[in-house]
Ligand binder design. Structure first.
Ligand SMILES: Nc1nc2c(ncn2[C@@H]2O[C@H](COP(=O)(O)OP(=O)(O)OP(=O)(O)O)[C@@H](O)[C@H]2O)c(=O)[nH]1
Ligand SMILES: [Mg+2]
Length: 385
């Protein structure tokens, strides 16, 4: 047996020498940095820049929220939708693959389906809206409706003569969450055609909402045209008088009724500041809309006819609902999501994460700074904190 032992020893010595030599070489190379894969190096540098807080990081457990990206869209808007979808996939959804659900009052055509399927690895559902959710309700007097359209147009209320716009606002206010396609979901991110997403989002926004007990997330906080909703607030007050039990203890009444910043808006809107979260972007909890406080509120508004005799937008209706029936701590400003729907912008100051917007830019065009309602929101939130 010794002969075998002697034959193995030089091999063992040689292997040990090679191992020691290799370790030495690796250590030497590491110290000079020459063995660093340039891609990994870039990634490491990227990660050193300001990023999400620990609470926002993707969960290690890999769990997902019951969430979907949703969009009401026409076949004719495929190019504009392609832009929105491409950007949201690039900054967020290719990492999470939340399903897309498209809604339309008409059937989606083959081109729409073909184009959208090429833009994501996630599942897609194409849903038609039931007629009874979209059609003008039976209690609306059509003569009065068309007469109202003319009156609103004479007051320069945008889109007031477009019946489909009124239907869209009503559907977004109180119908979308009743669509059976959303029955199994709790969270949604609303996406419109022709919007931009400027910054990388490295965490699961839905899990963030869930973990932090948030109900509603927004990026832009604006004034609406008070001429579009003269009786929205008085009608809301009737509802609150009948149902004081639905008011959240720590609601946002101060923001909803502010008369200091733009008193004339408050005057024209009969006590409502006209401040609203711009609802073309929303990340929110479907259960909030499904709950009695909001759903009955929508029904009350709907019966009053203001979606057709005036031009109540889904943005003020959602905002008043959230402002009254949720605590302000349940509302989250996504200051880290770079977003644009013409002409307004939310642009975070996150070096290395955003492309295509100027930090803190709010609008593109002229003279729109007065449309920002964020100072009123911030004033209320500062007091709360
Ligand atoms: N399927 C369908 N979608 C609609 C209809 N009207 C509006 N939408 C969608 O509803 C959303 C809001 O409509 P917009 O026309 O963008 O309304 P807006 O954002 O107030 O107006 P803009 O400032 O012109 O963008 C968009 O996603 C549209 O694609 C409609 O009649 N049918
Ligand atoms: Mg739009």
């Amino acid at each position: 047996m010794p002969s075998i032992h002697w034959r193995k020893r030089p091999l063992a010595v040689a292997l040990s020498c090679i191992a020691v030599f290799s370790v030495a070489i690796i250590l030497l190379l590491r110290s000079t940095g020459t063995n660093i894969d340039p891609k990994r190096f870039a990634h490491d540098v990227f990660r050193k820049k300001p990023g999400p807080t620990a609470a926002q990081l993707p969960p290690e457990d890999g769990k997902r929220a019951k969430a979907a990206l949703i969009s009401l869209v026409r076949n004719s808007e495929i190019d504009q939708l392609k832009q929105s979808m491409t950007e949201l996939e690039a900054v967020f959804n290719h990492k999470f693959n939340y399903p897309w659900i498209f809604f339309n009052d008409e059937p989606f055509d083959e081109n729409f389906k073909k184009v959208t399927r090429e833009l994501t690895n996630a599942e897609i559902q194409y849903e038609q809206i039931p007629k009874e959710h979209w059609e003008v309700p039976s209690w609306i007097n059509k003569d009065l409706m068309y007469a109202s359209f003319d009156k609103l147009a004479s007051e320069n209320v945008q889109y007031s003569k477009m019946l489909s716009y009124h239907q869209m606002c009503r559907w977004n206010s109180g119908m979308f969450y009743k669509h059976p396609a959303l029955d199994d979901y709790k969270w949604y991110w609303r996406v419109e055609p022709n919007v931009h997403f400027y910054c990388d989002i490295d965490y699961d926004v839905f899990r963030f909402m869930e973990k932090n007990n948030k109900t509603y997330g927004f990026t832009i906080n604006l004034y609406d045209s008070p001429q579009s909703l003269p009786t929205l607030w008085p009608t809301t007050e009737e509802y609150i008088d009948a149902h004081p039990e639905y008011l959240a203890p720590d609601n946002s009444m101060e923001w909803l009724t502010d008369a200091t910043n733009r008193p004339h808006h408050n005057f024209l809107a009969h006590g409502y500041s006209a401040c609203h979260f711009w609802s073309n972007f929303e990340i929110a909890d479907l259960d909030f809309w499904r709950g009695d406080a909001y759903d009955k509120y929508f029904e009350y508004l709907d019966k009053s006819g203001g979606f057709f005799y005036e031009r109540w937008g889904d943005a003020p209706v959602h905002s008043i609902g959230v402002g009254l029936f949720a605590d302000k701590s349940q509302v989250h400003y996504f200051d880290d999501i770079g977003y644009n729907h013409v002409p307004f912008v939310n642009c975070p100051d996150l070096p290395g994460k955003c492309r295509g917007c100027e930090p803190n830019e709010f609008f593109r065009g002229v003279g729109l700074e007065k449309e920002n309602c964020m100072p009123v929101w911030n004033k209320m939130m500062e007091k709360a904190n």
